[in-house]
Structure formats: structure tokens, C-alpha cells
Design a binder for this molecule. Structure first.
Ligand code: GLN
Length: 249
């Protein structure tokens, strides 16, 4: 009886040690929360398994690894992203976000990691041939984007219809609710490939730089992000991620 008890105690002790090395040993990593709008392929989109993937998601993952932090991605509407960074509900925004002076009043931007171009999507048989034909038309945009700002400034609020994301704007174009969509070139290519009867005009609306937005209060994090980004560029990792999602035409 005593022997059985001794064996039992020994088993319990060994089990305890095992559990402790498995559990207590791995200290939980600090979280790095990325905010995005996962309707912007190939920068961010939801894959068949329901995961948020894309260029921005992979760059964020690589940054988190360098910082020894655990990445968490929060999906929200594009125009909620800067408020979320300001409020601290996300640590950084990667959303194919263009650097501009207005946004710089609210958040800080990292070094740029990609170029963007605003282009115009129209129906294949559209009478819109260049930017000059946009006057008097109904333009679909994603609310709060630079495309939205440019078109509202150039053609007036009454000629701009805002949508919560690119997919909805393109759906409205397919339904004939708007005459064109102004959006970034890479998502534009994806949407045109996925929807019959659409094309991208050759004329470019604007050239832009994408960067990571961080709260003005998180200067230490911003420094770390820029350092990680510089290393990733140097290692060729950014190029590798980009070429995985964007095939040279
Ligand atoms: N580049 C555009 C902007 O920053 C659009 C980004 C997006 O829709 N995710 O406004």
C-alpha cells in the first residue's frame, strides 16, 4: 500500500514538472495589434480559410517576429483605422494607407514600404476614356480614402458616392449605380480580374506612397518598426513578400 502511494506521488510529481516546463516555461509574448480593412487585395483580404492574408499582413508578421511580439489583426472599416490608432485600440495600421499631410496631423507614418497609384475602373463599353471625361459622372470611392478626397475636391460631393470598401464600390459599378470607381491600382487589377466587363483606364489619377501609421504617442514603437522595416528591406524580405502577391506584368 505504502509502495503504491509512493509510486503515485512520484507520478504526480513528474507530471507536475512536465506541465510546468510546457506551460510556465513559455512566457506569453507581448501583442502587436495591426488594424486593417481586409477588402483590399493583394494588400489585405480574407482567404478561403477565413484568415486575413496579403502583403500588409505578411509584412506585419515579419515586423512582429523581429520585435519578438505576437501579431494580432483587427479588421475594420478604412475610415475607422486612424481613429483606432489614435485611441490605442490598434498599435499600427497597415492598410495600403497613403501618406498625406492631412493624416500626418493625426498619426505618424513609418518609412514607406510600397508605391500606390490611383486609377479609374470603368465598364468596358464606357464613354469615359480619360480623367477629363469624369466631369458630371457619378464616381464610386471607398469612404475616407485618398481617392475619395481627390474626387470630392475635383468634382464635388454630389458626384461622389462613398462605399465602406472597394468590393462594394466595384459591385455598384457592375450594377450601373456609379459610372466608375477610383481606387488603388493593385486592388483595381484584382477587382477587374474577378468581375467580367470591367477595365482600368490607362490614365493615372495620382501617385502615392504607402506606409505604416502609428499613434503619435507611440514613438518608441515607431522607432522599432522603422528599424525592423529597414532590416526587412535590406534582407530582401519586403520584395519577396510583394512578388509573392504581385506578379510582374
Ligand atoms: N491608398 C488609399 C488610401 O490610403 C486606399 C487605401 C485602402 O482603401 N485600404 O486612402
Amino acid at each position: 500500500m505504502k509502495k503504491t502511494l509512493a509510486i503515485l506521488l512520484a507520478i504526480v510529481a513528474v507530471l507536475g514538472i512536465c506541465l510546468c516546463t510546457a506551460g510556465c516555461g513559455t512566457k506569453e509574448k507581448e501583442k502587436l495589434v495591426m488594424g486593417t480593412n481586409a477588402s483590399f487585395p493583394p494588400y489585405e483580404f480574407v482567404d478561403d480559410n477565413g484568415n486575413i492574408v496579403g502583403i500588409d499582413a505578411e509584412i506585419a508578421k515579419a515586423i512582429a517576429e523581429k520585435l519578438n511580439m505576437e501579431l494580432e489583426i483587427k479588421d475594420m472599416e478604412f475610415d475607422s483605422l486612424i481613429p483606432a490608432a489614435k485611441a490605442g485600440t490598434v498599435d499600427m495600421v497597415l492598410a495600403g494607407m497613403t501618406v498625406n499631410e492631412e493624416r500626418k496631423l493625426s498619426v505618424d507614418f513609418s518609412e514607406s514600404y510600397a508605391k500606390g497609384v490611383q486609377v479609374i475602373i470603368v465598364a468596358e463599353n464606357s464613354d469615359i476614356k480619360t480623367n477629363d471625361d469624369l466631369d458630371g459622372k457619378m464616381i464610386g470611392v471607398q469612404a475616407g480614402t485618398t481617392g475619395d478626397t481627390y474626387c470630392t475636391d475635383d468634382f464635388g460631393q454630389d458626384h461622389v458616392k462613398q462605399f465602406a470598401n472597394g468590393a462594394l464600390a466595384v459591385a455598384a459599378l457592375t450594377n450601373g449605380q456609379v459610372d466608375c470607381v477610383v481606387i488603388d491600382n493593385e486592388p483595381a487589377k484584382n477587382y477587374v480580374a474577378a468581375n467580367k466587363g470591367l477595365k482600368i483606364l490607362e490614365t493615372v489619377y495620382a501617385d502615392e506612397d504607402y506606409a505604416i501609421a502609428v499613434s503619435k504617442e507611440k514613438t518608441e514603437l515607431m522607432t522599432k518598426i522603422n528599424k525592423a522595416l529597414a532590416e526587412l528591406k535590406e534582407e530582401g524580405k519586403i520584395k519577396e513578400i510583394v512578388s509573392k502577391y504581385i506578379k510582374a506584368d
